[in-house]
Design a protein around this ligand. Structure first.
Ligand SMILES: [Zn+2]
Length: 450
């Protein structure tokens, strides 16, 4: 019997430009670089050509696919064709789910699952959540959507028997009574795929050495019938790690098969042959901050290396305020059925270029979709909002533009004015004396105002 391994990649980049025609050409990168295009050339396209999506498992975010579709159709086609067998679902966009209301959780999870179904003709078994961030309410929404399991870091799970939660499928039972599986990856393997701890003694310079020194010992740790699982950013191979495309190609296509180690899909795992543990999750935990309560994104831990991060709370407050106000507007205009309408039309609303290719109802839905996209967590991941904060600002402005397109110009104008005032409480540590309002006006220039 060959030994089995699941090597999986999380593929994500935020939508750095707007799909709205009046906001085309606004570049959110301070140096004017198209990072998504650069990473496509370094990672996504070479990996597609080397057959990586045929041998690994992956989540590939809807927002990223949207950014790539026109310029890299062959790459996107390769990803889509492998999604049914190798893919797991995602949330389409990248807000931290525990920070959202229950209804907003339903919308973004529903949109991600619908996209998976539209591409594959199948309901997804598993899902990767933004930053793997979970709370009990998120799990309840996943269960209602028929999701069998979610992937997370071992530090997000506690087993009832107190044993090591690495690489263990764990049954989680939220108060609603139904259950869902937490699939924890192997931390040591995943870390070594992503990082080179000792530059003088690299492990990733040779896929055969990596197999023997990292994967073999990890296989020896297996104990429950669950295959060894490593999960890392898909951008590792080619972007973060310049020679990574060759590394992953050699690993999955030659080094592992030659040793009788089969890279299988996460969707092939037969849970009838796996011992499932019982446990619970740490509410509001994530894979890239170990401090709990999503501390990194709220400026409450030292993940950002001691940077001055007091700007994060007013930043979050401004964008949450905008999203809450737009929720009230769309609920008032469309009634509670707006939730189903948003899930059904999320993809079209996300790509809505504005008039004449829209309707008042679609523009309302697009407004709310843009407000949720403006909650993308990348800005608050870092120590300052200098690079990624502009992305949130652009989508907030576009959310308000869609309100105008929906025939609500006065409410749009008033909401944007209040948003700008709230951005006066935000500052950028890299740009002393400048507020979030200054950042907004500098980015948007003549499109700063409604
Ligand atoms: Zn932290």
């Amino acid at each position: 019997m060959p030994e089995k391994i699941v090597l999986a990649g999380h593929y994500y980049n935020p939508l750095r430009e707007s799909n709205h025609s009046r906001f085309k050409g606004i570049c959110t990168d301070p140096q004017g670089l198209d990072w998504t295009g650069i990473i496509a050339e370094q990672s996504y396209t070479p990996q597609a050509r080397k057959g990586v999506f045929k041998k690994t498992s992956f989540d590939f975010q809807g927002a990223l696919e949207c950014a790539l579709a026109d310029k890299y159709p062959e790459t996107v086609a390769e990803i889509r064709v492998n999604m049914a067998t190798r893919g797991v679902a995602d949330a389409y966009i990248h807000p931290l789910l525990p920070d959202l209301s229950r209804v907003d959780k339903q919308i973004v999870i529903g949109a991600g699952i619908k996209r998976f179904f539209d591409i594959t003709g199948k309901n997804p078994r598993f899902i990767w959540l933004p930053e793997a961030a979970v709370d009990t309410e998120t799990l309840e929404v996943l269960i209602k959507n028929g999701i069998e399991g979610f992937i997370c870091a071992p530090n997000q799970v506690v087993l009832n028997d107190g044993s090591d939660p690495n690489n263990v499928p764990t049954r989680i039972k939220p108060p609603s009574g139904e259950t869902i599986l937490a699939l924890t990856y192997d931390q040591a393997l995943s870390h070594k795929l992503a990082f080179e701890d000792d530059k003088d003694h690299p492990l990733r310079d040779d896929a055969y050495k990596f197999r023997d020194l990292v994967i073999r010992p990890a296989l020896d740790r297996l104990r429950n019938g669950f295959p060894l699982m490593g999960y890392t950013d898909g951008e590792t191979f080619g972007h973060h790690m310049q020679w990574g495309g060759d590394f992953i190609d050699t690993l999955i296509n030659r080094a592992l098969p030659e040793a009788g180690i089969e890279p299988i899909s996460i969707n092939e795992i037969d849970f009838n042959k796996v011992t499932i543990a019982e446990g619970r999750i740490w509410d509001r935990s994530a894979w890239s901050c170990l401090h709990g309560d999503l501390a990194r994104w709220h400026g409450k831990c030292d993940c950002c290396g001691g940077a001055e991060v007091g700007w994060k709370e007013p930043f979050n407050k401004a964008f949450n305020f905008l999203n809450d106000r737009i929720t009230k507007i769309i609920e008032g205009e469309l009634g509670s059925s707006y939730i189903e309408k948003m899930i059904a039309n999320f993809d079209q609303a996300f790509k809505n270029p504005g008039p004449p290719a829209t309707t008042p109802e679609l523009s309302l839905i697009s407004s709310k979709v843009s407000a949720l996209t403006a909650l993308t967590s990348c800005a608050t991941f870092f120590g300052d909002p200098h690079v990624s904060g502009r992305i949130n600002i652009l989508h907030a402005r576009v959310a308000v533009e869609h309100l105008k397109d929906a025939g609500l110009p006065n409410r749009a104008r008033a909401l944007w004015s209040t948003f700008l005032s709230s951005m006066e409480q935000v500052w950028d540590p890299t740009n002393p004396g400048k507020t979030g309002r200054d950042m907004t006006e500098k980015l948007l220039r003549d499109r700063s105002y409604c």
